[in-house]
Design a protein around this ligand. Structure first.
Ligand SMILES: O=P(O)(O)OC[C@H]1O[C@H](O[C@H]2O[C@H](CO)[C@@H](O)[C@H](O)[C@H]2O)[C@H](O)[C@@H](O)[C@@H]1O
Length: 367
């Protein structure tokens, strides 16, 4: 970002920033989740015909290319960084808050462990990042929490000692190989046995049908791509000419009319179709903490023995940040170069800083 002249804020900048809330860490436990967190949680898109325009607005809002004057951008960025300081810069504060507690690490995949790329099949992570995650998993229970299906995200990460929560947390599996950290559920098991939670199992046939219908309709639009994430679907429009985003939205809406038990949420240049059940990355975080032997988070002072660190870049990660904030526990870290509305306490700029943070965590634990 230059300091002079007009600046084009790249696609993932979301410039509507929450006013007022200042940095406080550890965050106070909020009764409920607070207005901003409620607004950010599970950004569901309305399917009514009258709101077709708002679909498009929503798709554009997640990918703005505003022209802003640099001083305004800088001032806004500085203000945002005061509220969401760098987790690297404030590492000592994080370490101090975690002292005497058991750290549990939750990592989103796309945009967090791997950079965002045009082709979802090529979103590989580097060997250096893999080493950093391996190092963390050797010391702390560690989970990957992704919108991808389990098999796909595992094929990218390739670490058997981790927990995986695929399909936005609707498909949770324990480690398939031993790590140095054996919680109650971490004994190596056969593949079928290691499935811990699949709350949307009954939706599998419906998701399969919707996938076939969407693939037939949407893939006729140049650049559009439908990805089957087992318990949810992703309709990608990153490579679609913006003038045709309306057509993508219209086709998705047409298919969803036949499936009232499926709902639509939104990620980074992707429309996500998932079951209407109340389950998201936040619920997956709760489930895993409980499976690891930490308390469920339902009552006062629950889970005080754990220090969950959740790192993610997307709207869907807000559900997990919201849970941490509601529990007044751990640290939520948003990966973003730009100011965004978020319930996270800290920020990191990109996957490279995520890698540095993970390495620092390992060094600190070794010390
Ligand atoms: O929860 P995540 O692990 O962050 O997964 C969310 C979605 O990530 C992928 O899409 C995003 O990354 C792609 C590769 O960089 C990019 O091309 C796309 O525009 C992004 O939206 C994945 O393909 C989706 O299925 C996930 O839902």
């Amino acid at each position: 970002m230059t300091k002079h002249g007009a600046v084009v804020v790249p696609e993932d900048a979301v410039v509507a920033v929450a006013a007022g809330r200042h940095f406080s860490f550890p965050p106070p436990r909020t009764a409920g989740a607070g207005d901003l967190c409620k607004k950010l949680a599970a950004q569901q898109i309305d399917l009514g015909a009258a709101v077709m325009g708002s679909w498009l607005d929503s798709m554009k809002a997640s990918s703005p290319r505003h022209r802003l004057m640099a001083p305004a951008v800088d001032a806004e960025h500085d203000e945002w960084m005061e509220k969401h300081p760098s987790a690297l810069g404030r590492f000592e504060a994080v370490a101090a808050a975690a002292k005497g507690k058991r750290i549990v690490v939750f990592l989103d995949y796309d945009g967090t462990l791997s950079p965002i790329v045009e082709d979802p099949d090529r979103a590989v992570m580097t060997d250096e990042m893999r080493d950093a995650v391996r190092g963390v998993a050797a010391r702390f229970p560690t989970a990957i929490v992704s919108g991808r299906c389990l098999d796909k995200v595992f094929s990218f990460v390739r670490l058997e000692e981790l927990y995986y929560a695929g399909s936005h947390g609707m498909d949770i599996q324990g480690p398939t190989a031993a790590s140095t950290h054996h919680g109650p559920t971490t004994t190596p098991k056969g593949e079928e046995e290691s499935v811990l939670c699949q709350p949307a199992r009954e939706f599998l046939p419906m998701i399969g049908e919707a996938y076939a219908a969407l693939a037939a309709k949407v893939e006729a639009i140049p650049g559009a791509k439908v990805e089957n994430n087992k318990f949810c679907l992703s309709v990608h429009f990153r490579c679609v000419d913006e003038r045709r985003w309306g057509a993508v939205a219209e086709q998705v809406r047409a298919v969803l009319r036949d499936y009232p038990r499926l709902r639509l949420t939104q990620g980074r240049k992707v429309l996500e179709i998932r079951p209407t059940i109340k389950w998201d990355k936040g619920e997956a975080l709760r489930f895993l903490l409980s499976a690891l032997g930490f308390s469920s988070g339902d009552g006062a002072n629950d889970g005080d023995d754990a220090f969950p660190i959740y790192i993610g870049d997307d709207r869907t990660d807000e559900d997990a940040f919201r849970v941490l904030r509601a529990r007044g526990q751990g640290a939520g870290i948003l990966v973003s170069r730009f100011p965004k509305d978020t319930c996270a306490s800290f920020s990191l700029r990109d996957p490279s800083e995520v890698k540095d943070f993970l390495r620092k965590l390992v060094t600190c634990a070794a010390a």
